[in-house]
Ligand binder design. Structure first.
Ligand code: SF4
Length: 430
């Protein structure tokens, strides 16, 4: 049986698309390989959001060039944000690559498979249920053009999937044992604005809440300038919608936010967080921070630290600014914050946030929380709470895919440890 290996880096959207590609390959009779060397088809699902990610892609392409010399029948496919509008240029630079397709452009992939005589089955792209959780892309692309971001240039403008198509897919997945879906988009708050009737994310959540076998729905990422009160009310009122939001702030200084073209001020963001916490008191919040954006002074960086101290997010994803060719910031600003300052600022945010997360998580000690068990690692089951906390526990029974109640014992900034109380399918909203 021919074998495939899919190499994925980057965001959840790439992971979701890799699951779909695996579904297509399965439908054509391929089986998963454990490494590049064992595969007849290799798919690189790439990310170029930072220079380090792009360098990894280039390194892997170099490795595959060597492999193809030994294994001449090997087919190499590339997708993800490395694939830009200059397809012909990429083909010339990487002649050992057999096929390139834009992220999410599965019709191109299917046409290619027909040309190769190994036709993928249309509609057979549902991810195999190796996990009780599935990622579902609902909107591709982004219309925002934040000054540092390459995504709108690589993934194009926003295109939403029809509501009915998403509901059918989720129903099918739920029948196959999927208990939790995460709806994905660069900006899920834009969902539906280009569809007939303009359904929005709240409408979609409402529909998905009536899928019987499904226990939980999540979504990411939200944009602070676009999130609606209607959505917050849906989180508060719909039992299956988890109380977790990814709400990237990026910086705590108005001048930096303006230069980033984020479309909100610190005050507006602060008010939004207060509204969110008022409407959904159990909410857990994650955010993203970029340190060392062009022109960021020590004082402006201190504003970011103060905002983090004030907001007390559950999780902060931190990155140091790196210029991406083609973006507005790359064209208009000089990357003038020295690398050692960027590293220092990164460390300061990490240290501050580790203390905050540690304090927030320690308050969960003794609490009973519902965990959806995703797998096991080093003799322990692991899964996530509704609030997206990672929980580990020991149990002799097979808990895979179950919703279990866990009493939290030890905590750290990154994870919780606990013991099973029962395995009731409770709707305990913690
Ligand atoms: S909202 Fe901004 S950061 Fe997010 S994908 Fe769109 S352009 Fe990039």
């Amino acid at each position: 049986m021919p074998r495939y290996f899919i190499w994925t880096i980057g965001c959840q959207m790439n992971k979701a698309e890799s699951q779909r590609i695996a579904g297509y390959l399965d439908s054509a009779g391929y089986e998963a390989a454990t490494s590049f060397a064992d595969a007849d088809i290799v798919v690189l699902n790439t990310c170029v959001i930072r220079q380090s990610a792009e360098s990894k892609v280039l390194g892997t392409l170099g490795l595959l060039k060597g492999l193809k010399i030994k294994h001449t029948n090997l087919k190499i496919l590339i997708t993800g944000c490395f694939v830009d509008s200059d397809m012909e240029g990429l083909k010339r630079r990487f002649p050992h690559v057999d096929f390139l397709f834009r992220p999410g452009d599965f019709s191109e992939l299917i046409s290619w498979s027909h040309e190769q005589g190994v036709p993928f089955v249309q509609g057979a792209s549902l991810p195999a249920a190796f996990s009780p959780c599935a990622f579902i892309p609902i909107i591709q692309g982004c219309d925002n053009f934040c000054s540092y971001c390459i995504v709108p240039y690589r993934r194009g403008r926003e295109v939403s999937r029809p509501l009915g198509e998403i509901i059918c897919e989720v129903k099918e997945l739920a029948k196959r044992g999927i208990k939790e879906v995460t709806l994905l988009g660069q900006n899920v708050d834009s969902y539906g604005h280009n569809l007939p009737g303009h359904p929005d994310l709240a409408d979609l959540l409402n529909e998905l809440s009536s899928v019987d076998e499904l226990a939980r729905v999540r979504f990411l990422t939200n944009h602070p300038k676009d999130i609606s009160l209607k959505l917050l009310e849906s989180i508060a009122s719909l039992n299956k919608v988890c109380e977790h939001l990814e709400l990237p702030v990026q910086a705590g200084d108005d001048d930096i936010l303006r230069a980033m073209r984020r479309g909100y001020t610190v005050e507006r963001y602060r008010e939004l967080v207060h509204t969110v916490r008022h409407k959904v008191p159990q909410i857990s919040l994650s955010t993203d921070i970029i340190v060392g954006f062009p022109g960021e002074t020590e004082e402006q960086f201190e504003h970011t630290l103060s905002l983090l101290e004030e907001m007390k997010f559950d999780v902060v994803h931190i990155a140091a600014y790196s210029p991406r060719a083609g973006t507005i910031a790359w064209r208009e600003y000089r990357d003038d914050v020295p690398l050692e300052f960027k590293k220092e600022r990164l460390n300061k945010v990490e240290t501050l946030q580790s203390g905050i997360s540690s304090q927030i998580n320690s308050q969960l000690q003794g609490r009973q929380m519902e965990v959806l068990v995703e797998g096991s690692k080093k003799g322990k089951w692991f899964g996530r709470t509704r609030s997206d906390k990672l929980v580990f526990f020991e149990d002799n029974a097979n808990r895979f895919g179950q919703l279990v109640q866990v009493k939290i014992g030890k905590t750290s900034p990154w994870a919780l440890q606990g013991e099973v109380v029962d395995n009731g399918n409770s709707q305990n909203r913690t």
